[in-house]
Design a protein around this ligand. Structure first.
Ligand code: NAD
Ligand code: TDX
Length: 334
């Protein structure tokens, strides 16, 4: 099978490429990636001989179209992915997440190529901490940020192209991923690398916001399950019952790195900060038979801490720049 992986040099896309090489060695993989700040060119270096890498924009039809024409499957991971950036400057979120997805859709429509579109649980907005509800495939879209609203818009484009033009596509909406190769702007790698560089971890607001954590390999195995067994035109939610609040995540990282659990700072809250995400993945589990392998979050987190400890070369070049950028908007409150 010839697979085009858009955004395959970013966190989840690169893990998808690496895992696919392990689990489906016959797949012929082409990565299309713009190599924005979020991509790390070193991630795919060890597999350079086994993967074709094209530098280009999913919004550029002249680049996209010939690649789609020679693929059996497109998996779209390409996106602007960071909420904090979307609050500083939403423009690239509109261009990549909306116009980019539209461009891909027109191309898969032209060539009748199967598409799997990767999305997020953030399209559903947030839940109260004491709400027993979790998101399901039936939950109404109610996104909060420029990031999540452009992801919601991209999902709706896919659904419309399925219904109006018969495009062969599926969508998955996953909860927060953790694991190796995640950019140090995101919560878990930021705090691990803060501790490793002598900076106190930074927690937004009261630290009680809840995220539903899933290991990136579990996410990517679910994506393959949907590609191979999912029903065309359908949406599947991916989650591993991993609800933890941010403060607990940071305290766990501190303990795992041998620091006192309270050695962190509270900083200015994120505007519009979603309180809680929680996924009910019953459909994926019962209809398609998927289940997560990483069910012990503390163990998965400890392995991730080890990965960042052992791969300083991968993240150190961008660390200072990320922290300098955060310092322009975030004030320590304790
Ligand atoms: P990431 O920011 O680490 O990677 C995104 C990749 O897309 C980068 O390699 C970047 O260079 C590339 N890219 C950006 N704009 C592009 C463009 N116009 N054309 C081609 N390539 C472009 O993001 P991630 O965390 O790996 O997320 C991947 C996908 O998964 C996104 O669609 C995101 O919305 C979704 N998602 C992420 C999470 C999470 O926890 N990280 C959870 C659920 C869903
Ligand atoms: O330094 C920090 N301190 C902090 O308290 C950072 C970077 C984040 N946070 C909080 C904000 C969130 O409540 O931690 C939580 C997680 O933040 P992020 O890592 O920025 O992730 P989130 O905003 O939840 O979005 C992530 O999961 C869903 C991904 O970035 C999205 O791409 C995905 O769709």
């Amino acid at each position: 099978m010839r697979v085009l992986v858009t955004g395959g040099a970013g966190f989840i896309g690169a893990n998808f490429v690496l895992r696919t090489l392990e689990t489906r060695p016959d797949a012929q993989i082409t990565v299309l990636d713009k190599f924005t700040y979020a991509a790390n060119p070193h991630t795919l270096e060890p597999v350079a001989g086994r993967v074709t890498v094209v530098r280009g924009d999913i919004g550029d039809a002249a680049v996209v179209d010939p690649l789609v024409a020679e693929s059996d499957l497109v998996v779209n991971f390409a996106a602007e992915s960071h909420n904090d950036n979307s609050l500083r400057d939403p423009s690239s979120f509109v261009t990549t997440n909306l116009v980019g997805t539209y461009t891909l859709l027109e191309s898969v429509r032209r060539h009748d190529t199967r598409l799997h579109h990767i999305s997020t649980d953030e399209v559903y907005g947030d839940l109260a901490l004491d709400d027993p509800a979790r998101f399901t495939e039936e939950t109404a879209y109610n996104p909060s940020s420029p990031y999540s609203s452009t992801k919601a818009g991209s999902d709706l484009l896919v659904r419309a192209w399925v219904r109006s033009f018969g495009v062969r596509a599926t969508i998955s909406n996953c909860s927060n991923n953790y694991g190796p190769y995640q950019h140090v702007e995101k919560l878990i790698p930021r705090q691990i690398t803060n501790v490793l560089t002598g900076i106190r971890p930074k927690v937004y607001g009261d630290g009680r916001n809840v995220r539903d954590w899933i290991h990136v390999d579990d996410h990517n195995d679910a994506v393959w399950t949907i590609i191979e067994r999912g029903e065309l035109g359908e949406t599947y939610l991916i989650g591993a019952d991993g609800e933890v609040d941010n403060r607990t995540v940071v305290e766990t990282i501190l303990r795992q790195l041998g620091q006192p659990a309270d050695a962190f700072d509270f900083v200015t809250d994120r505007p519009g900060h979603d309180r809680r995400y929680a996924i009910d993945s019953t459909r994926l589990r019962t209809e398609l038979g998927w289940s997560p392998r990483y069910t012990d979050f503390d163990a998965g987190l400890a392995a991730t801490v080890d990965w960042y400890r052992n791969h300083r070369d991968w993240w150190e070049p961008v660390k200072a720049g990320v922290e300098a950028s955060y310092a322009t908007t975030q004030r320590v409150l304790n």
